[in-house]
Design a protein around this ligand. Structure first.
Ligand code: ATP
Ligand code: MG
Length: 764
């Protein structure tokens, strides 16, 4: 589903309107240097750095920091610190002069911890980890206080200093915040702030025998750097209350003269056929299941780079999947689609044969060579370039392109049949040479005749059974070709037991057209009909397959897959790859899926949809199903289409078509105002339920009663006399500000039409 600007950017836009962070937009990407980055991290990088780039022109200053969350001394290694910086740069982002380190703030964090102790808001606890856990209670039972909870401030301070001085052994005690042992949120039940760990840190050496925990280190690091939006994954939702508590009770932002950062959670990326936990990935490396973190089959950024993916493709993928508030599993086919789609515009086409079968053109003179030419790109890509392709008597074709006894519809070579050699003449198979092997005969050579004058022309009366690729045996260059398949064979792999045993196939005897003899390492090519390849070694030549030309997994499941990606008509004249879009993805999905194609053809008339709406609603099944069911539930099609296209996030979570239909009907009937309805939608996405019940329970019914709205309008005007003045002096753009404030004061319930009228009357 399309969705407009994602919800994170909506929050930022709102903050820019209200001036919450003085117009600044500062994000950060905070990896722990305990492994290589994976494609999930890439999503977070694209989001955080992408926001900094997007708001460069429309804010008082925007940037994204790369900050190593190096608060865990034992697991971290310099190798990871370096690979992470390389990966972020390779993806195309810059992080100012240098990377930042949470460990650089240890001194200030410690100072703030002493302040907290002095204020009676933290204490040193001597209970063991197990005892602390047992004292913490459960969701149904409140926690019990530790005997050390009411220790006098001076004693706490003295002990904390002894911890800091390294006088106490590991595990002797911890520093805990003194918050609320009965809090419904377990994270607030006196969380740990520091542990004693006599360990060497990769930057700080042996300077620190105590280390801060995430919930202490993270908000403080954010505040010290003046972060405005601390974007993290959904698992941290429960930590938000503690994050805010730390900021409030340390006053760290005020100390640095900045607004307090706010935590915003988004759905982490999960991909099928992939694992994304660093622990599991490290296991694959350590146990030798792959050749390293940068094995081309690994979902790491280093692996994808080695595999031949370009950063453009990974950024397009992040863009395609969007940002959602609900976790879901993304089809890895979408990533492969983006890779293919990116390479289509940059990888020159060449010919190569992976499993060669000898062809002798008996009608061609021994030693005679014809220089054929082939364009480097097809016309729909529109890029220039061509190369010479020598043709002679001895050729090699793909072993799979010949069958002695072909099934109906076979579009390749067989005895007596004629095919076209790509960029060359037609040949006819006259004779099959077999060699005796144990269980019968093995085809070792085909003796063919060529059709004179057939280069670029189909002579009348000749039936051509397809086009095949080939290489001149005398001119071809030998190469090793590595074919990669998915690393895991199951959609939700749990570990090494689910590895795909056939994820790597090495072909030692491939032969490529001679123009590849001087190919540079890292250059990318399309071997026609075989896929996109990257040169991973020269002399001898080694090629890695980046991706096949079409989704062979989807094709195996769904039957018909397009032979080639659909090219839009407007692609003809392009000379540069455009920003490849979700629109292309939707178009391809319709080629693959007949249900989508049918919807695309019939829905505009059936439901009165615009072309753009029909396109957006028929790009995947989920969006269309939701639309169809919501309309069947009785809501107006035009309104449902608007909601699905603009408001429903990329992943609809627990939202059902029935619930969406009921919500849209309630909006159309004037029972609930737009902004309140969006809150209801978020709740439906997160938790499901009945929209009318949610509206009633949460008191969100639309308020259009003037007597209730007039006081809100007056309050807002009284609170912003300067803006009222500015508006009356001609800053008409402020009208939106007033609308927003009044609607917000009504918790989204005010009828915007009524507010608009009341405001215009009073502002004059
Ligand atoms: P792991 O649990 O595998 O070690 P992690 O999430 O702890 O991974 P970090 O180094 O802490 O790894 O992650 C750095 C940043 O990347 C965090 O802000 C985290 O939210 C984000 N991130 C990690 N995995 C994903 C994912 N799958 N999708 C989106 N963002 C992710
Ligand atoms: Mg982590």
């Amino acid at each position: 589903m399309a969705g407009v600007a994602d919800f994170v950017r909506e929050i930022i836009d709102g903050d820019l309107r209200t001036g919450r962070h003085d117009g600044r937009v500062v994000t950060r990407f905070p990896p722990e240097p305990n492994g290589y980055l994976h494609i999930g991290h890439a999503k977070s990088i694209c989001l955080n750095f992408g926001i900094a780039a997007d708001y460069a022109g429309s804010s008082a200053g925007s940037r994204c920091n790369l900050r190593f969350d190096d608060t865990n001394p034992e697991k971290e290694e310099v190798e990871y610190v370096e690979s992470i910086q390389d990966d972020v740069r390779w993806l195309g982002f810059s992080f100012g002069d240098q990377a930042l380190y949470a460990s650089d703030y240890f001194a200030e964090m410690y100072e703030l911890a002493e302040d907290l102790v002095r204020a009676g808001k933290a204490y040193v606890d001597e209970l063991s980890d197990e005892e602390i856990k047992a004292h913490r209670g459960s969701l149904t039972e409140p926690g019990r206080p530790s005997p050390w909870r009411d220790r006098p401030v001076e004693e706490n301070l003295a002990l904390l200093r002894r911890m800091r001085a390294g006088e106490l052994p590991d595990g002797a005690c911890v520093l805990r915040a003194r918050i609320d042992l009965a809090a419904p949120n377990m994270k607030m039940r006196d969380p740990l702030l520091y542990r004693i760990r006599h360990a060497t840190h990769h930057r700080r050496g042996d300077e620190w025998p105590i280390y801060p925990l995430y919930d202490w280190a993270h908000p403080l690091s954010d505040a010290i750097e003046g972060i405005t939006h601390s974007i993290c994954t959904l698992e941290f939702e429960n930590n938000r209350e503690l994050y805010d508590w730390v900021l409030e009770h340390t006053g760290v932002s005020e100390r640095h003269g900045c607004s307090r950062p706010q935590q915003v959670e988004f759905a982490r990326l999960n991909l099928d056929y992939t694992v994304m936990s660093k622990r599991l990935l490290r296991g694959l490396v350590d146990d030798g299941h792959v050749s390293g973190w940068d094995d081309p089959r690994m979902p790491t950024i280093a692996g994808m780079r080695r595999r031949g993916y370009r950063p453009e493709a990974i950024r397009a993928f992040a863009d395609l999947i969007g940002v959602a508030k609900v976790n879901s599993v993304v089809d890895v086919g979408k990533l492969e689609f983006c890779v293919r789609d990116d390479l289509n515009w940059v990888a020159p086409r060449v010919l190569g044969v992976l499993r060669p079968l000898r062809v002798t053109v008996t009608t061609w003179p021994e030693g005679g060579v014809d220089e054929l030419t082939g364009p480097s790109f097809p016309p729909d890509v529109g890029m220039p370039g061509q190369r010479a392709i020598p043709f002679g008597r001895d050729l090699l074709i793909e072993g799979d392109d010949f069958l002695v006894d072909p099934p109906a519809g076979y579009q390749r070579l067989a005895p007596g049949r004629t095919v076209r050699l790509r960029h060359g003449p037609l040949i006819t198979c006259d004779e099959v040479v077999e060699e005796e092997v144990e269980d019968g005969g093995k085809v070792v050579e085909l003796r063919c005749s060529h059709v004179p004058g057939s280069v670029g022309v189909n002579p009348p009366g000749v039936t051509v059974s397809g086009v095949i690729h080939w290489v001149s045996a005398a001119h071809g260059v030998p190469a090793e070709v590595r074919l990669y398949d998915r690393l895991f064979r199951t959609p939700q792999p749990a570990g090494p037991a689910d590895l795909n045993p056939d994820s790597l196939e090495v072909l030692a005897g491939a032969v490529l057209e001679p123009s590849l003899a001087s190919a540079e390492r890292g250059s990318r090519w399309q071997l026609e009909r075989l896929g996109y390849f990257v040169v991973d070694g020269v002399d001898p030549l080694v090629l890695n397959r980046i991706v096949t030309l079409r989704d062979s997994w989807a094709a195996a499941g769904a039957g018909a897959a397009p032979e080639r990606p659909v090219a839009s008509a407007s692609a003809k004249a392009r000379t540069r790859p455009p920003r490849r879009s979700r629109a292309e993805y939707r178009a391809e999905a319709r080629v693959r899926d007949a249900v989508l194609a049918e919807r695309h053809a019939t829905w505009p008339a059936a439901y009165g949809l615009s072309d753009a709406e029909a396109d957006l609603l028929t790009g995947d099944r989920a969006a269309g199903d939701l639309f169809e069911v919501a309309v069947a539930a009785g809501a107006a099609a035009a309104a449902v289409a608007r909601w699905v296209v603009n408001e429903v996030p990329g992943s609809p979570g627990r939202l059902t078509g029935e619930a969406l239909g009921a919500l849209v009907a309630a909006v159309e009937a004037g029972e609930v105002a737009g902004p309140a309805a969006k809150d209801v939608l978020s709740e439906l996405v997160e938790r499901g339920g009945d929209p009318r019940a949610i509206i009633a329970e949460r008191g969100l019914a639309k308020v259009d009663d003037e007597s209730a709205l007039v006081p809100l309008v007056e309050e807002v005007m009284a609170a912003h006399p300067d803006k009222v003045g500015a508006y009356r002096d001609g800053k008409a753009a402020l009208f939106g500000f007033f609308m927003g404030q009044v609607v917000r004061a009504s918790a989204g319930k005010a009828d915007p039409q009524v507010v608009k009228r009341l405001l215009s009357e009073r502002l004059g």
